[in-house]
Ligand binder design. Structure first.
Ligand SMILES: [Zn+2]
Length: 399
């Protein structure tokens, strides 16, 4: 077997040196394939295409033919470096200084991939191939539009008969220290744009006009209050933010005819995307009839346009998966990880339609920042956690 792939630090250095800013493959999937093939994986590359969008390269690799089947999912694409001059060390250099490795993707999430590869290599060296099957499902389109990535790779694999019993996503889930947090679900997310139609006129003759600003204030107020819920056992309260209100009126003596507001709601498991959208429309319709800001007026006219593809809320309830992972984290770090559903969306929202999915990776503090970096010690610790998880999951799965 390749000695290199058992070393997460060497693996990560190889991956960081591939400038794989979305949508560029940058050599990262080729480097990963070169780590996995010598371990016995069958590695396939799948290019996803969509009109008007750049082609995206993805990778699927599997070892074993029988069950149970565990998937490791992640992405090799990274966000842009930002102000390159502000970096202490070159963003694609993988330089080590002060016990840390610097580079774009160090924690989000080439580091997670590097550690999982190392864990698998060590397990195969010690115990032979897994008693079942193990797959890597790695996309190059997580940080971008996420259209030609995990969603299509899952479809492609499922059409070829691939079935999975569980999935671990290696995103950086720990806020401060390795062992803080496992993600066992995610809130849903829906965005929309409201356009309020009024009547333009003279500011001194408002009775002849219908000010769209009054309308948009009434509608956005109704979205922000009262709270949608108080939270649930596993989730924070749902929260809606109005992200912009645009009128674009340059005159002080003109009543504007149109106002546009955008919003985003992160919702918990007391809602579905459909019910939360219905609640938003109910609130808007009630506010449109409210005469408080528009006394004596007929109901205001507005349109709502929903952003494409809402993210659905999910909560993973799979004892074997959660217990083997959280047990592994505790055995290695001595700390019981919090089982959390906080934070933004991830590709787990697509995977949950195929199998139970949890997320655990590095400490996320520097993700997407200038000087993204990872503690060398964390790479070794995460590798041991992943190795322990593999032993426990396949062990328990056999029992
Ligand atoms: Zn990521």
């Amino acid at each position: 077997m390749s000695m290199t792939s058992a070393d997460p630090i060497a693996n990560l250095a190889m991956l960081i040196r591939c400038p794989s800013v979305t949508p560029a493959e940058g050599g990262a999937l080729t480097a990963l394939a070169a780590m996995l093939a010598p371990l016995g994986f069958t590695v396939e590359r799948m290019t996803a295409r969509e009109p008007g969008m750049p082609d995206i390269e993805n990778l699927y690799a599997r070892i074993g033919t029988g069950g149970p089947h565990l998937m490791f999912a992640g992405h090799t694409d990274v966000v842009p470096v930002g102000n390159e001059a502000a970096w202490t060390h070159a963003p694609f250099g993988a330089e080590v200084a002060g016990g840390e490795m610097f580079g774009r993707g160090a924690v989000d999430m080439k580091g997670g991939i590097a550690c999982f590869v190392a864990a698998v290599a060590r397990q195969i060296a010690k115990n032979g191939p897994p008693k079942g099957s193990l797959s890597f499902l790695i996309t190059g389109d997580e940080e971008g539009p996420a259209v030609n990535g995990t969603i299509k790779l899952l479809q492609w694999a499922a059409e070829r008969g691939e079935r999975w019993d569980a999935c671990l996503v290696g995103e950086p889930t720990n806020p401060d220290q390795l062992g803080d947090m496992i993600k066992i679900g995610r809130r849903g997310s829906v965005s929309g744009t409201i356009t309020v139609h009024g009547v333009q006129g003279h500011a001194a003759y408002p009775h002849l006009a219908d000010n769209a600003v009054r309308g948009v204030i009434a509608l956005t107020d109704a979205l922000m209050h009262p709270p949608f819920d108080a939270g649930t056992e596993n989730f924070q309260p749902s929260n809606l933010e109005v992200t912009t209100i645009d009128v674009g009126n340059p005159a002080t003596n003109v009543v504007p005819a149109q106002a546009i507001a955008r919003f985003n709601i992160r919702f918990n498991d007391s809602w579905t995307a459909e019910t939360v959208m219905a609640e938003i429309v109910r609130r808007l319709d009630a506010a449109a009839r409210d005469e408080r800001l528009r006394p004596g007026r007929p109901p205001l006219r507005y349109d709502i346009a929903w952003a494409e593809r809402p993210s659905h809320v999910f909560l993973t309830r799979n004892d074997r998966l959660i217990a083997s992972l959280s047990g592994a984290v505790e055995a290695v770090t001595g700390r019981a990880p919090k089982l959390s559903t906080t934070g933004g969306t991830s590709d787990a929202r697509f995977i949950k339609d195929y199998c139970p999915v949890v997320e655990f990776g590095l400490v996320g503090q520097t993700m997407h920042m200038v000087d993204e970096r990872v503690a060398i010690a964390d790479l070794e610790t995460l590798t041991v956690i992943y190795e322990t998880f593999l032993q426990r999951w396949f062990g328990d799965a056999r029992a």
